[in-house]
Ligand binder design. Sequence first.
Ligand code: ZN
Length: 509
Amino acid sequence: MPSTTAASTVYDQLRTLKREAATIGSIEGLISWDQETYMPAGAAQARSEQMGLLARLGHERNTDPRLGELIGACESDSELMGDDRLAANIREMRRDYDLKTKLPSELVEELARVGSQAQEAWKGARKADDFKAFQPWLERMVTLTRRKAQCLSDGVELYDALLDEYEPGATAQQIEGVFTPLRERLSAFIQDIRQNGTPPDTAPLDTQIPATQQHAFGLRVLEALGFDLETGRLDVTTHPFCSGLAPGDTRLTTRYRDERFTDALYGTMHECGHGLYEQGLPKTPEFFGTPLSDSISLGIHESQSRMWENLVGRSRSFWVWALPIANACFDNALGAYTPDDMTRAVNTSTPSLIRVEADEGTYNLHVMLRFELERALISGDLGVEDVPGAWNERMKLMLGLDVPSNAKGCLQDVHWSFGLMGYFPTYTLGNLYASQFWEAIKRDIPDLEAGFEQGEFAPLLDWLRTNIHAHGRRYRAADLCEKVTGRPLSADPLMRHLESRIRPAYGLH
Ligand code: ZN
């Protein structure tokens, strides 16, 4: 764009405001990363003041009426809107601005205040296995979250307005259309494995590996997958996450347990997938701070982490490459095992009660259960007092398990306590997108997995860079999926993937 026209002046002003807001956000990200990794406990009070100030500054920037005026001026500029990429950028800025300004600030504050109290109440209730103690707090959060949905909703199902914050453009009905067949097929699949399969030997996973050796191995894997350690780091934390802070600064975190080295390995590969996406987004001076430098949705972000963790990391070809390197780092502790032993062991699938400990085969059923319940809570079809009963009934139906306590049932996740409703489905959307992208990638690169055996992961990363990362938020998730795979999102690729990995591990063909 020529820099002398009035249009470009307006657009440049808009970009400057967005860049400042993003810079405030990156400082918030940096100090919260520090809080999770290195901050001394004594700094907690000062840190919460720092966080509060930055949150307020960021909110002011993002809801500045000047921002709304500049977006409006750009929208009425036909030259600017004639450029597809810039038009998409303006469209997404409008979306963000409307989302942030539609909510009354007293509601935002009340959600934050009650949410933080409800989260504390949840901690106590989970510890004491006392749903009744949490019930009034959950009732308040459901009421407040419904109010939030009413402010954001444009007449469709209320739940959609919540979902839209995490997965722009998705609706509960579309998701149900994919989840329902997936649910039926998964339940049948799990039953078949349980009745007819022979569980694989998981002894390789019990090998004791010191944290320092696991860390050295993790770094080797990160580098091979293409994570740039000149513009990123790997540190240790209690609850691992990835933070794409700013151009040239992507932080990964992991945690080590000597008695189960694959926890850290797959945790690191998962966060690495998020990190590769962050490093691949066009955070250039031209776009940093605008939607074109940002990720599409939580579902697409999760598709990247799940792809590297599961599609790559649990494949036989990955273990052909990784096992000798693991042995070099681990003093040959896995010397008695073959890549086939490792592959079978990491593809075990057993129904269990806790979502965050669930394996790839059963995980999505945990998510669907939560999707059904939170959708019913928001519509009013389910009362908060009936949550434990509805939870336990579905656990029996979907995973065949009796729930011994609410602590191991409906009190296990933190999300609802601070109003995260509409968020759970993005986990399964991530798995669905990952598998569907994977089939398209294998059509484009037939020798993809043969390359993994040689440690060649660059062709996969290049494909993801070109087809997904480079676009930022130019396309909606569902549109990008059709564009790169030629089909709307479907349960079929994920089912094919799970069957191709888990059945052989159980001696079924
Ligand atoms: Zn993730």
